[in-house]
Design a binder for this molecule. Structure first.
Ligand code: HEC
Ligand code: HEC
Ligand code: HEC
Ligand code: HEC
Length: 346
């Protein structure tokens, strides 16, 4: 399946999914990212978590996620913004902001010739003329990069951002305190520990399996997990877990029959409810962000900002959140490392 497609939802909203495979086709952008005042490599954060505490919605925003996959962070485009992080409530703005006319020159400073097939983009723009994208911008003859790509630039901006930030700050529940496993219960014989502020799971003696589950149950939520894994692995993020036979899981795996990659939705007794078949969306060697949204019978998963699986199912309507370590010698080297896990009740 070619995922470099434009998905037109039933609502008539257009969202563009440009997968990693499209990148190889694009004229390679300059990858040097160093606006003046940017922290030196040693003090450089590994991810966007400092910004995501308030801008939670950006955990599944495709423009910031696709750049994150290539280690271009919020701060590479917006500057370190330390004063903003500390003083956003007092109205201190991010270091680097963009007026509408500045966006295109900025983007093309790295993407010198952004479109490998300009004809296809022009054809797409013709086909979608007049339609409104999820960021509020309408497709017309005067679009700039961020009107079409991602949900980054919201319209009208400030009002929408303040609303978004207020929602993420009010509601988000950090499930992991960064120090110990308070609030979590290990079931089975896998080994769970906290190392350097991260949850680490491996098999127990004799390649034993196990789960690490929250004490509390959650019904409707958006859950964001930042993790990495040592392959070969068969793991995943449990949600609405009531027991081994009544639960869902956003999988972390490489399955062959049928072909399925991380982000696939598993349900005990039904195998996969929806499959991520695009292995290019997985960062095998580094950090990945998995976002699960469960509302009523509607289940959705994003991997690194791209929507990968969606299903309607009513097997389980509430339950615990957790991580799984699968048994067996085949997965002996497996190691799951979770850096961040935040839940936003809906
Ligand atoms: C403490 C909460 C908080 C944190 C942390 C935070 N922001 Fe913000 N941000 C806000 C709020 C609130 C707004 C709404 C606009 C305003 O008040 O100016 C905002 C707005 C913005 C804007 C829009 C322009 C503006 O008004 O500043 C940008 C760009 C931005 N943030 C980037 C970042 C980046 C990059 C980071 C991480 C380095 C970050 N933010 C971290 C709260 C935060
Ligand atoms: C590749 C560069 C790039 C990255 C990475 C990036 N941004 Fe932006 N961001 C921009 C540009 C350019 C705009 C202006 C878009 C426009 O006006 O259409 C913008 C706009 C915004 C806005 C709206 C306010 C404004 O000035 O238009 C917010 C809020 C924001 N970014 C936050 C973030 C956060 C938080 C992250 C990381 C999770 C991030 N951005 C990552 C380039 C980037
Ligand atoms: C600092 C350099 C830099 C800037 C500035 C930048 N990009 Fe990128 N962008 C990259 C890199 C690196 C990649 C990964 C491409 C690759 O590896 O071939 C990328 C990838 C992309 C992709 C493809 C993502 C995917 O997963 O398929 C899109 C779309 C994109 N950029 C749009 C933009 C837009 C729009 C802007 C302006 C808001 C922008 N970029 C600004 C460096 C940059
Ligand atoms: C009218 C909407 C629109 C605008 C404006 C737009 N793009 Fe795109 N872009 C697309 C579409 C559609 C695709 C997918 C093209 C395809 O399937 O061949 C795409 C693909 C890309 C890709 C992936 C590489 C490729 O050749 O497909 C990059 C990178 C990119 N755009 C960057 C940019 C940048 C940077 C700007 C601003 C200078 C920009 N785009 C403006 C619609 C747009």
């Amino acid at each position: 399946m070619n995922r470099s497609v434009i998905v037109l939802t039933t609502l008539g909203f257009v969202s563009i999914i440009v997968p990693a495979c499209a990148l190889q086709r694009s004229s390679a952008p300059r990858s040097g990212h160093a606006p003046p005042g940017q922290p030196a490599a040693e003090s450089r954060p590994a991810d966007n978590s400092r910004c995501l505490t308030c801008h939670a919605g950006f955990a599944r925003e495709s423009l910031s996620q696709s750049h994150l996959r290539h280690h271009t962070l919020c701060i590479d485009c917006h500057g370190p913004s330390t004063a903003h992080v500390q003083g956003a409530a007092a109205g201190v703005q991010a270091d680097v902001l963009f007026g509408r006319s500045q966006v295109e020159p900025f983007c093309t400073s790295c993407h010198e010739t952004p479109h490998r097939a300009p004809g296809r983009v022009a054809a797409w723009a013709r086909d979608h003329r007049g339609q409104v994208r999820p960021n509020g911008w309408r497709i017309d003859s005067a679009n700039i990069c961020t009107d079409c790509h991602g949900e980054h630039a919201l319209k009208p901006k400030r009002e929408a951002i303040v609303k978004q930030v207020a929602a993420s700050r009010q509601a988000s529940v950090p499930l992991f305190n960064g120090r110990d496993l308070t609030g979590w219960i290990a079931e089975g014989n896998a080994a769970w520990r906290v190392e350097n502020g991260m949850i680490v799971g491996t098999q127990g003696p004799g390649n034993a399996a196990g789960d690490l589950l929250t004490e509390a149950s959650y019904r409707d939520f958006e859950l964001t997990v930042t993790y990495r894994v040592v392959w070969p692995a068969n793991s995943g993020v449990w949600f609405r877990y009531q027991g081994p036979g009544k639960a869902y899981q956003a999988d972390i795996l490489e399955y062959t029959k049928p072909v399925a990659y991380s982000g696939t939705i598993y349900c005990p007794g039904k195998l996969f409810l929806a499959i991520n078949a695009d292995k290019d969306l997985v960062n095998r060697e580094g950090w990945n962000t998995l976002t699960v949204r469960a509302q009523g019978d509607h289940l959705q998963v994003w991997l690194n900002g791209s929507p990968v699986a969606e299903a309607r199912d009513s097997t389980s309507d509430t339950g615990r959140i957790g991580f799984q370590i699968h048994p067996g010698k085949d997965f002996g080297p497996m190691k799951l490392v979770v850096r961040r896990i935040v839940l936003q009740p809906l």
